[in-house]
Design a protein around this ligand. Sequence first.
Ligand code: AMP
Length: 555
Amino acid sequence: MEFETFAARAADVEATDADLAVVDRVADLLAAAGGDLAVVARFVQGRVFPAHSETKLDIGPRLCYEALARAASTNVTADDVERRLAETGDVGEVAASLDLGGQAGLGAFASGGDGGALTVVDVYEDLAALAAAAGDGSQDEKVTLLFGLFNRCSGEEARYLARLVLGEMRIGVGEGTVRDAVAAAFDVDVDAVERALQVSNDYGLVAETARDDGEDGLDAMHLEVGRPVQAMLAQAGTVTDALEEWEAAAVETKFDGARVQVHWDGEAVSLYSRNMEDVTAALPELVEFVEANVDAPVILDGEAVAVDDDGSPLPFQEILKRFRRKHDVAAMRDEVRVRLHAFDCLHAAGEDLLAAPFQDRHERLAAVVDDADAVSDLLVTADPDEIAAFEDRALEAGHEGIMLKDPDAAYTPGDRGKHWLKRKPDVETLDLVVTGAEWGEGRRASLFGTFLLAARDEDAGEFETIGKVATGVTDEQLADLTALLEPHVRGEDGQDVDVEPAVVFEVGYEEIQASPTYSSGYALRFPRFVTVREDKAPEAADTIERVERLAGEQG
Ligand code: AMP
């Protein structure tokens, strides 16, 4: 396809508003692309190389302005280009406004142009050569190559070339558009296209496969060990959200480190960042760990965490000293130690697991990794108290918090969906008076396990109940709390204990609800024990007025 045709169609797409019409036009473009389909499918969304590829153009805006200035036949400098850009805000507009071409002589045809029409493949090949330029003098080489391309461009071609080079295509074509357009152009199911994109991360390859081999071809595409997959992402959410949506929640520690995708084909390990950058060389101990502890070929998802000598997690800043490091890796390795916490398994022993339920994937994960410490602990429960206890332990161990996952959900690469929730920290806490307790059960029969909480009614000078907190804390902590409250016990009725207002707990919660269950008229959702406010007398505890106000502010 001539680049001129591509540019004209890109302009047409850019001028189109309605989403469906955009999909139609992109589908027409793909159908007309012939042998250049793979390149066109990427160019139209502003990509030069496949998403999984490590290859980058690595050309700054300034070099691009220089190449443009050189290709302009009138006396234009890179500064002029920059100035015009400041006025228009669109490098495409500036490129289109220059009188390009006509710069014969050395370099003008550095791209190998024979004077014939520029094709999309010419553009691709020159940009690939540009990306490959390295070492001394490579910047000059890049400018020369780009100049050669601009010199062969009309204004309209230059508009889209400049935008492509700077990663600013902006014609309103996102990944979803290309997916829908591939399905429409080659009459295949959009879900099959989506799945193929997830496993391959390559729009060019998927478009060609859809055209040449149809749905069967798409279905036959698989994950490849060594080719990174987009990471599944999380939303912020609450325990309440999780338990309302799902029958039970899969609860995991939220590790405070850097996302890492582990590929092991039985011979070599490669590690990728959340953005699919290859970070293998920076993390030799993870490579060694995988070689020693994983037998089958796998693709694992997890977090690389910096740890101290005891294996306790260090703050996020520490892992950054290691994560993309190119120099002094061996020396830094002694200074900042790194551990793997794997939490998902995308592929094991030749089998793709993206479509399997999370809980099954986690079982596979535990089965393929020999060292249980490197596999996230998983609790599947519908009991908020168990979740609170899990969270307390995670925080106590120095981790960031917890993740809540839908145990039945598939792994959806690149998706920030509702199936993974990072629990929001409590925004507010309340200082509430303990007015009752319940004896624990079994092993904890001699300890208080649940505490009744109350807020102060200032006018009446009384305390009105608002909820119960079942602390997820250790036996030791429960023993301390029991000892603290026992002197204030006024009476007992079976499990229930009446306690005079004396002790104040700081309590976190997710939400305040109006509720007839408690005498204050309110209830806390997902209340969690934070600490004993030894410094506060009951008279200084929070009032129902404040509870009311906080409830109103929730919106
Ligand atoms: P955030 O970066 O705040 O959006 O939180 C999501 C990130 O938490 C993920 O991209 C992971 O890097 C990280 N993370 C830590 N622990 C887990 C876990 N158990 N499951 C999923 N993601 C986790």
